[in-house]
Unconditional design. Structure first.
Length: 210
């Protein structure tokens, strides 16, 4: 029971060391959207993840700049990205998505910005426990934390694949419906044209007979 409480306490400490923002944002055509993060300590780790869920060719331009407008990361027509870098300076870091390349396609972008410190939380020791036992418990908890992060990223990946496949199916369905409507209109027009031609020939034959 006590070890469970200690594990829960360490997990709570781990959560407090990480500040994250996960959003799904709609970026309109010819629009540029920026988001900001400000680490409080020098040397903090900043994790940046994004994935285009729907819209156009599922691609977008991005740029990450640090204090002094220094470009840290950038890319063009990327579908998704997963990056981790160190904040060498304290200040405001800007994460921008640029959809100015699209003239009419809106895009939904799922992204996450996480700022975490490298300092490890210390597990409180209890009476009668050896340092080796405490260390083994810490390593087990950090291993579980890493596995949970991997599971979360896999869930994001499968969610992105599902959204993209659904968007493709919906686009294909719309094209099939439009093609069917055009085909129906063409058939009606062809039938009307045939009736007109037949009537024209019959009227001409009657005039020639008279």
């Amino acid at each position: 029971m006590k070890s469970t409480l200690l594990s829960a306490g360490l997990l709570a400490s781990l959560i407090s060391l990480v500040s994250a923002t996960a959003l799904t944002y709609k970026i309109g055509a010819n629009e540029k959207a920026c988001f900001y993060a400000a680490p409080e300590k020098q040397g903090a780790k900043i994790a940046f993840y994004f994935a285009v869920q729907s819209g156009g060719s599922f691609d977008i331009n991005y740029e990450v700049t640090g204090p002094g407008e220094k470009v840290i990361l950038d890319g063009e027509k990327e579908r998704q990205g997963d990056f981790v870098f160190t904040a060498n300076q304290i200040g405001e870091y800007k994460f921008c998505f640029n959809n100015e390349m699209s003239t009419y396609s809106d895009k939904f972008v799922d992204f996450e910005i996480a700022v975490e410190d490298e300092v490890r939380a210390q597990l409180p020791s209890k009476q009668g426990s050896t340092p080796e036992q405490t260390t083994a418990l810490e390593e087990s908890i950090y291993k579980v934390s890493g596995q949970l992060s991997t599971i979360a990223r896999n869930q994001k990946y499968f969610r992105t694949r599902e959204n993209r496949n659904f968007s493709t199916v919906r686009s294909t369905e719309s094209r099939i419906v439009n093609f069917s409507l055009v085909q129906c209109c063409m058939m009606v027009c062809m039938g009307a044209l045939q009736v007109f031609v037949v009537r024209f020939f019959f009227q001409g034959a009657r005039k020639g007979y008279v």
